[in-house]
Design a protein around this ligand. Structure first.
Ligand SMILES: Cc1cc2nc3c(=O)[nH]c(=O)nc-3n(C[C@H](O)[C@H](O)[C@H](O)COP(=O)(O)OP(=O)(O)OC[C@H]3O[C@@H](n4cnc5c(N)ncnc54)[C@H](O)[C@@H]3O)c2cc1C
Length: 317
């Protein structure tokens, strides 16, 4: 079923969902399953699985020269989605990124997803390769997420890259990312929203937000979206903080602000065990307020671990 159909079926009740990462290459799925198992009690209608682009590493050769190696540390998104649908009878939402893929690669992945009975994709641009710093599209790929959304929309109409090989239409429900505190490359929130609307105009049917810790930022973001005619569901992304380092790491990685009240609470903690509890309590309060505002779904960034999310879900659902 499509994410949007799950939301419609819930008739205003807030749903629970979460995102997982594929395991590092060589690890098996068991750890993922043991983290997911306890969360299934809260009936997530869908589970997202992230996609990870290639990275470059340099290996020193015996002659002292450096060899550039291209590796994908977390492959397996498509396979995990199939495994989730089979094991839990839940809708898996694979993320699909522009970075590192040609248009043909992308179309092949989408054809696989369609054959596997996967109805949803979260379409993203992806970030720059760590060692490059600036996002560079594949020479025959897409520069922005809206272009990839257009590709999926065309396939939904039965139009493939090379028309002479065209077969039946796909029927994907496309989600895209939104940034209540703006995307870090954007000069301002209004410009970012202009491009968010472009993704919706290209055929995206729902938005999942970047994580945030101040609900007011989400509420203002939703208001601004509605004011420019974005009417699709806007799903808030939640990540409980769990270690003191998150105070600096999360703003650095995700370009978000931490409210001062949260910072003070964390700074009072004597150890990370206490920080973990502060993170849980903050998320519970955040989610309770979001639920009062009838958000369609609470979507948790689990990073593959579930104990804190389990505690939060027990208080909310
Ligand atoms: C919910 C969520 C899930 C994510 N999952 C993954 C994942 O699985 N794998 C992964 O690698 N990354 C993931 N990311 C990170 C994401 O790939 C990065 O944030 C990336 O930098 C931007 O992706 P985007 O799809 O928002 O890009 P875009 O929508 O393409 O926007 C990128 C920037 O370009 C601007 N822009 C957009 N369109 C245009 C245009 N047509 N012309 C000019 N400027 C434009 C935007 O304002 C923005 O500043 C996720 C992010 C979120 C919020």
């Amino acid at each position: 079923m499509k994410v949007t159909e799950h939301i419609e079926k819930a008739k205003g009740k807030t749903l629970f969902s979460f995102e997982i990462l594929p395991p590092k290459k060589g690890d098996n799925l068991q750890t993922i399953f043991s983290n997911i198992n306890p969360l299934m009690e809260f009936n997530p209608p869908f589970i997202d699985v992230t996609y990870h682009r290639e990275e470059y590493e340099y290996k020193e050769l015996p002659n002292g020269l450096l060899e550039k190696i291209i590796i994908r540390k977390r492959p397996g998104t498509v396979g995990i989605c199939a495994a989730l649908q089979l094991k839990y009878k839940v809708d898996a939402v694979p993320h699909l990124i522009c970075g590192g893929f040609s248009k043909e690669d992308t179309e092949d992945i989408l054809i696989d997803l369609n054959f596997l009975g996967i109805d949803n994709v979260l379409v993203l641009r992806g970030d720059a390769i760590k060692s490059e710093g600036v996002f560079r599209p594949h020479p025959n790929g897409y520069k922005y997420a809206n272009e990839l959304v257009e590709h999926v929309t065309a396939m939904n109409k039965g139009k493939y890259l090379h028309d002479e090989y065209a077969s039946g239409a796909t029927n994907f429900c496309v989600g895209v990312a939104g940034y209540p505190e703006k995307h870090f490359e954007s000069p301002n929130l209004d410009t970012d929203l202009h491009y968010l609307k472009k993704k919706i105009n290209a055929g995206a049917k729902y938005i999942v937000t970047q994580l945030f810790y101040n609900n007011q930022k989400y509420f203002d973001f939703v208001d601004k979206c509605r004011n420019i005619g974005i009417t699709v569901p806007i799903i808030p992304g939640i990540k409980p903080i769990s270690i003191k380092n998150h105070l600096t790491v999360l703003p650095n990685v995700f370009h978000i602000d931490m409210p001062q009240d949260l910072v003070l609470e964390v700074e009072k903690c004597k150890n990370n065990k206490e920080v973990y509890e502060v993170g849980i309590e903050w998320s519970i309060q955040q989610c309770k307020e979001l639920m009062k505002h009838n958000v369609p779904v609470l979507h948790f960034y689990s990073m593959g671990r579930s104990k804190n999310i389990l505690k939060i879900a027990k208080e909310l659902f």
